[in-house]
Design a protein around this ligand. Structure first.
Ligand SMILES: Nc1nc2c(ncn2[C@@H]2O[C@H](COP(=O)(O)OP(=O)(O)OP(=O)(O)O)[C@@H](O)[C@H]2O)c(=O)[nH]1
Length: 151
């Protein structure tokens, strides 16, 4: 199962055009983030490199285990196929909802420490965001682009 799901991700990194991959469980806010970014300020079109953007619904505590498993599965699939210096940005989305988990909690829930241990060269960042107001979206991409500049 992992291989069939993972292959499309690996394929994306074999393209010649630089890309950022946005992924996450259903309903986490991927379309809303893209919509907000598209209709808000213009982003740099000169994307220097690729990066991963994983969207997590911070109010959905019930699916946190599934969210973690999916992320770990994808990361295992790409290891060795995607350069180690391609960074991963996690959008801790819907952060404005009362009772939503903090970026720190999300980092713990996703067990980012073990992913870092497995691949200490890959950079990670958890950015709290709200796709409705746009809060945190550009900050997250700025981090990803700064990381890309160092590659
Ligand atoms: N409160 C709140 N709601 C959000 C936020 N982002 C998205 N939503 C809502 O969450 C629901 C799902 O958002 P989508 O953008 O459709 O999520 P998706 O990840 O594209 O969903 P799939 O297409 O099923 O994979 C919608 O009702 C959005 O309005 C957010 O930051 N805060």
């Amino acid at each position: 199962m992992g291989t069939t799901l993972g292959k499309p991700f690996v394929g994306l990194f074999q393209e010649t055009e630089p890309r950022i991959v946005l992924f996450g469980l259903p309903g986490t806010g991927k379309s809303s983030i893209l919509h907000k970014l598209k209709t808000g300020e213009v982003l740099s079109t000169n994307m220097p490199t690729v990066g991963f953007v994983y969207v997590v619904d911070t109010k959905d505590r019930e699916r946190m285990e599934e969210t973690k498993s999916f992320l770990h599965m994808v990361m295992d699939e790409i290891q060795g196929n995607v350069p180690d210096n391609v960074a991963v940005l996690v959008y801790a989305n819907k952060h404005e909802v009362p009772g939503a988990m903090t970026a720190y909690e999300i980092s713990n829930e996703l067990d980012l420490a073990s992913l870092r241990q497995k691949n200490w060269q890959r950079n990670w960042h958890v950015q709290s965001s709200c796709a409705l107001s746009g809060d945190g979206l550009h900050e997250g991409l700025d981090w990803l682009l700064k990381n890309a500049e160092r590659m």
